[in-house]
Design a protein around this ligand. Structure first.
Ligand code: FAD
Length: 499
């Protein structure tokens, strides 16, 4: 059995991505004394989502004290929902504090991952032209890292600056310009109020209205921050209260595909909020959703309806027929002039795991295996792909709690799997365990509001939901706490005669 050419260079663990997921994985490896690992990040900085999404108004929408690592609480969050720069700074702080920096190689995409049957290692081809071998791969590429653009005729012909919210061009001056924002969901409702302050005009192209609840954001006083720092137990309790609210209120809304009294009450409450907030009667009606709350992602904002009420902001609900050099033509034949185009059109959730070409045992190609539907055991393990650990694999998404919480839960499983296999064994989930897990997920999804009659980015074109986890996040954590070794085969890696 031949060893790779430079066996010194074989990594114990190769990590893809330096967002919350990749950084947490690196921290946990170092905690276990594992130093032979590298993190490859395609961007020029760490931070993942928070490095990429620097549009004006970008901030988290899960309260900051829960949207951070449990092992690195931050008493100094400036606001209940901190802005992008502060979250980015927090991740940078973790990278420094936990000694991760020297393990990270920036500006380096992992283009492909190939399990070499003859060597029994993973081989990664990097955008730098290098190839790297590793015993394990932890794939932390993030579910929201591929910007999605709408398929509108003429898109390429627009003459002015055009940008996706996740690829903000900070050199563009919006002052006094006519701006077209395509999309009206999570990123759009954060950036529109900021653009409206400086632009001559903002046209908001809305396809579907959203349930937007008040955010109730506020700054923390110095006294409150000092209290969080001085009383860790108080700080923990505060974090827990945010968590509990997500469990009790938000999860209860999505849990049931049929009628739900709580959902009805909250839905009525938000619709009243929209009616009370939007001044123009036609616009108001256009902003009221006609599907059950929770079926699409629920949003929060304090300043969106105020922005919509401004004279220089115009809501357009006609579909877009074409994009021309300096305008947008809607399906009713109207032409709307635009100097700058902003795509707040979200992310490609169908292909985020397939952007990297991944080939397992016997040249099994992941994109072929997943042609019908992506699935994995506990969102992390795929039969035929030994020692490949997914951080945000299929059915790991939640709309009701912190993704950082989910990442930490997933890491409980991944760290045990890494330990169980060590450097000399291959760990592979069984077909039966994978099937059983996904049957449970599939059945449970039918009982959620997502299965209802609405289009959402959660759903594939065929209506299947390969993104979301149907139970609450405590269940996710409980389920990921212990590695069920009986669900895996753990076999010795074949060794070369030289070893
Ligand atoms: C605008 C916005 C706001 C959000 N707000 C919240 C919130 O309030 N609360 C919440 O819970 N979640 C929120 N999310 C979801 C957010 O993505 C997660 O919370 C979290 O940041 C995911 O961390 P991650 O490390 O898994 O992925 P990411 O942060 O996406 O990091 C993945 C990294 O992998 C890199 N990468 C991908 N492919 C490759 C490759 N082939 N080679 C090398 N590098 C690669 C990417 O460049 C990226 O830096 C938000 C997302 C967006 C876009």
């Amino acid at each position: 059995m031949p060893e790779p050419e430079n066996s010194q260079a074989i990594l114990d663990v190769l990590i893809v991505g330096a967002g919350f997921g990749g950084v947490a994985t690196a921290i946990k490896l170092r905690e276990r004394g594992i130093e032979n690992f590298r993190v490859f990040e395609k961007a020029s900085g760490v931070g993942g989502t928070w490095w990429h999404n620097s549009y004006p108004g970008a901030a988290c929408d899960i309260a900051s004290h829960l949207y951070c690592y449990s092992f690195e609480p931050n008493p100094n969050w400036s606001r209940k929902y901190s802005p992008q720069a502060e979250i980015q700074q927090y991740i940078e702080h973790c990278v420094e504090k936990y000694g991760i920096r020297q393990h990270i190689q920036l500006d380096t995409a992992v283009d492909s991952l190939h399990f070499k049957d003859e060597l029994q290692f993973w081989q990664a081809c990097l955008s730098s032209g290098e190839t790297v071998q590793a015993r394990h791969v932890v794939f932390c590429n993030g579910a929201l890292h591929l910007p999605s653009y709408p398929d509108i005729p003429g898109r390429e012909g627009f003459k002015g600056p055009a940008m996706h919210s996740a690829e903000w061009d900070h050199s563009v001056d919006f002052g006094g310009k006519r701006v077209a924002v395509i999309g009206s969901a999570a990123s759009a409702i954060q950036l529109i109020p900021e653009l409206a302050k400086v632009a001559a005009r903002v046209d908001v192209y809305q396809r579907t209205p959203n349930y937007i609840a008040p955010r109730k954001d506020r700054a923390f006083s110095e006294k409150e921050k000092a209290r969080f720092a001085r009383w860790p137990l108080w700080h923990k309790l505060y974090r827990w209260s945010i968590f509990a609210r997500g469990q009790v209120l938000q999860f209860a809304i999505i849990r049931n595909s049929g009628t739900s009294r709580l959902r009805d009450i909250l839905q009525r409450h938000i619709i009243s909020h929209i009616r009370a907030s939007v001044k123009d009667s036609k616009t108001r009606e256009q902003m009221i959703p006609d599907y059950p709350m929770g079926c699409k992602r629920m949003l929060i904002a304090d300043n969106y309806y105020d922005a919509i009420n401004r004279d220089n902001v115009n809501l357009i609900t006609e579909g877009i027929a074409a994009i021309h050099a300096d305008s947008i033509q809607t399906e009713d034949g109207d032409t709307h002039r635009a100097d700058i185009l902003v795509y707040a059109t979200g992310f490609d959730l169908e292909n985020y795991l397939l952007a990297t070409q991944i080939t397992g045992r016997n040249n099994l190609e992941l994109n072929k295996l997943w042609a019908d539907q992506p699935s994995a055991y506990k969102g992390a393990y795929i039969p035929g792909f030994p020692n490949l650990h997914l951080m945000s694999g299929p059915n790991t998404g939640v709309g009701t709690s912190s993704v950082v919480y989910m990442i930490e839960a997933q890491l409980l499983l991944i760290m045990q799997a890494l330990e169980a296999a060590g450097s000399e064994q291959l760990l592979e989930v069984s077909e039966a365990a994978n099937q059983a897990y996904n049957n449970t997920i599939g059945e449970a999804l039918k009982n959620t509001v997502w299965a209802g009659d609405c289009n959402s980015w959660y759903k594939r074109e065929d209506g299947e939901i390969a993104t979301l986890y149907p139970f609450d996040v405590s269940t996710y954590r409980r389920d990921h706490k212990r590695l069920q070794k009986q669900d895996f085969t753990i076999s010795p890696r074949l060794r070369s005669a030289a070893e």
